[in-house]
Design a protein around this ligand. Structure first.
Ligand code: ATP
Length: 321
């Protein structure tokens, strides 16, 4: 069966907690970002201590460098699924070959980004799993709100913030990508698992960002301890995931669909969708389907549904509704 917004072989990234974790600094209290301590390597003991305060987290592993935390977990689940229980986390200080969708790259220098992946084993119908990347994006939005950063989600997997100078960029408007999410569906002997990968640009200076459409928390004037951000994100992820599972994966009943719509940069906006077989679909993003797919209404009034694995989406302008 096709699982709409989850890529088949590998990737994405982020998470939650209703309480602000100790150490997250709201924008107003954030100093300039020249402190070399901001770039100190991730301290495994500190990461464990922060995550220890989040209920329900499984195994926690911290590695100095790896090509891709998601690729690692996908492979590990294939080899030894029992060793990676539900809500395990793998985080690295440097992801050297991070992945986006459709073989695209997620590029982050050492020591400046949050790059982590989570194992999720939700006992929900497989057709509901397309909500996992959207749940991840929402968890990022909430974790960033805790540090005073207003973010939205460009369906299905980009977390955006406004450019401080509100400079327009074609296809992005005044928005820039601060985080990306990627979900890999992994069949295991114990049933399907999802590896949810999240990358957040934290301390990068402008010259360290790979594309013009990228920004970092530093770029919007906020410095955050990555271990604390990881704990905050994980808390929100666990919270959203728990509610969604309690509704058996029903995004409407759990409130997930409404929350995703509220935090969406896409719904109500004019969009341009690059279709997998070629061609471009233009219209207004008018809703989310029951499986998390994007519904686009063309000028003719015809509606079409697009699946995350298939599309590249550009925002043509600001929201129309
Ligand atoms: P787009 O970002 O063009 O809308 P997409 O949503 O499909 O496409 P993904 O595949 O999720 O993008 O992410 C990979 C893309 O993100 C890369 O092709 C590059 O344009 C961009 N990118 C790579 N690294 C970063 C980063 N650290 N921060 C922001 N954007 C990045």
């Amino acid at each position: 069966m096709r699982v709409p917004t989850v890529s088949r072989a590998a990737d994405v990234r982020i998470c939650t907690n209703a309480r602000r974790p100790v150490g997250l600094r709201p924008a107003a209290t954030v100093g300039r970002v020249t402190d070399p301590a901001d770039r100190r390597p991730l301290d495994a003991a500190r990461v464990r201590a922060q995550l220890g305060a989040v209920p329900g987290v499984g195994r926690v592993e911290v590695v100095a460098t790896t090509p891709s935390t998601s690729a690692d977990l996908v492979a590990a689940l294939g080899r030894e699924p029992g060793k990676w229980p539900d809500r395990s986390v793998l985080v690295t200080d440097h992801q050297s070959a991070g992945r986006g969708r459709a073989g695209r790259a997620w590029q982050t220098p050492a020591g400046v980004a949050l790059t982590a992946s989570w194992v999720l084993r939700p006992a929900v119908p497989v057709e509901c799993l397309g909500w996992v990347p959207l749940l991840g994006g929402l968890a990022v939005v909430r974790a960033l709100a805790d540090v005073g950063v207003r973010a939205t989600v460009k369906w299905p997997n980009d977390v955006l913030v406004d450019h401080p100078g509100r400079v327009e960029l074609a296809g992005w408007g005044v928005r820039r990508k601060v985080a990306g999410v990627l979900a890999d569906l992994v069949p295991t002997s114990a049933g399907p698992a999802v590896v949810l990968g999240i990358g957040v640009n934290v301390h990068q200076a402008a010259a360290e960002l790979p594309v013009e459409s990228a920004t970092s928390l530093r770029g919007v004037g906020v410095e955050v301890d990555r271990a604390v951000l990881l704990a905050g994100l994980t808390g929100h992820l666990v919270d959203l995931d728990t509610r969604w599972r309690a509704a058996s994966g029903d995004a409407e009943a759990s409130g997930l669909a409404r929350a995703c719509a509220t935090s969406s940069a896409t719904l109500g906006a004019r969009v341009e969708v690059e279709l997998p077989g070629g061609g471009t679909l233009r219209g207004v993003a008018s809703g989310l389907g029951p499986d998390g797919a994007l519904v686009v209404t063309e000028a003719s009034g015809r509606t079409r549904t697009v699946l995350a694995g298939d599309v590249r989406l550009r925002l043509e302008g600001t929201r129309t509704a």
